[in-house]
Design a binder for this molecule. Structure first.
Ligand code: G1P
Length: 275
């Protein structure tokens, strides 16, 4: 059973300036709930109760969010407003949180390697909170955990994207081995549409086996001069095996304004239906 989920949250969120000047991008809300809370709910839904954050400077609000806020809670205690904190209390009660800082921004691969101290020698999930995922019936990470239980190797979540947008993603080349499942033979970080091996893009959900840490230690900087998880996974795919899973559900790229607004509209419609 997978127990840990790593959240790399050190990034700056420059596409949301000035909103993210003094506030972590992961705290931007979709309706009333910050992105990071959706991510932690997804981890818990997949049974991952140990939540590990790789944070950076200016990210203190994330730690405070997953803690009680004594004065405020005292103030609203016994009023109807108390109900609005039920969701976050549920997470605080059920999960254990740990934090470490990434001192320098050297890429997603480097962030994940920084999390080794929190993860240790066991398989773990990775959630990039600005990819907000809504699973069909089960959450996307829960779907992936099911695939992991069967295959016991690293798994990336993929989605078909329009060819002209592949340069925003890690892209896989793979051979189908079952419905919605590919054995990865190659992967490239942010290829040009002309050179991309497919239009199957990796989204911000991974399950990684711990040998990835040794591979990451050996991985030189790649695209953009950063240590890329995609490059390390390519080595892992060649050494043992990496699967790509086409998830059932919807993903919103909340790292840009269009995706953020689409997610807001999606959740607002659900909110109006349930009201
Ligand atoms: C990262 C990864 C990329 C992946 C993407 C998913 O890129 O490097 O391979 O496709 O997340 O969101 P970023 O969006 O951080 O540039």
């Amino acid at each position: 059973m997978l127990q840990k989920c790593l959240f790399p949250v050190a990034g700056y969120g420059t596409r949301f300036l000035p909103a993210t000047k003094a506030m972590p991008k992961e705290m931007l809300p979709i309706l009333t709930k910050p992105l990071i809370q959706y991510g932690v709910e997804e981890a818990l839904d997949a049974g991952m109760k140990q939540v590990a954050f790789v944070t950076g400077r200016g990210k203190r609000a994330i730690e405070d969010h997953f803690d009680i806020t004594y004065e405020l809670e005292e103030q609203i205690s016994g009023t109807p407003k108390e109900a609005s904190l039920e969701g976050i209390h549920r997470l605080i009660d059920r999960c254990a949180f740990s934090y470490t800082r990434q001192i320098q921004m050297k890429g997603l691969g480097h962030a994940i390697l920084t999390g080794e101290i929190l993860v240790g020698n066991q398989p773990f999930g990775v959630i990039l909170a600005d990819d907000l995922c809504v699973g069909e019936s089960a959450s996307v990470m829960a779907q992936m955990a099911r695939v992991y239980e069967q295959h016991r190797c690293s798994i990336v979540a993929i989605e078909e994207v329009p060819r002209q947008t592949v340069d925003q993603y890690g892209v896989i080349m793979g051979e189908p081995i079952a419905e919605d499942l590919y054995r990865v033979s190659d992967m490239v970080e942010k290829p040009s549409p002309e050179s991309a091996p497919s239009n199957l893009a990796i989204i911000g959900r991974y399950i990684l086996t711990p040998d990835i840490f040794d591979i990451l230690r050996q991985t030189p900087p790649g695209k953009g001069g950063e240590i890329q998880i995609t490059d390390a996974l390519k080595i892992q795919a060649q050494q043992g095996g990496v699967l790509a899973y086409r998830f059932h559900g919807q993903r919103f790229d909340c790292g840009n304004v269009d995706g953020f607004v689409a997610a807001t509209n999606f959740f607002y419609e659900a909110y109006l239906r349930d009201r």
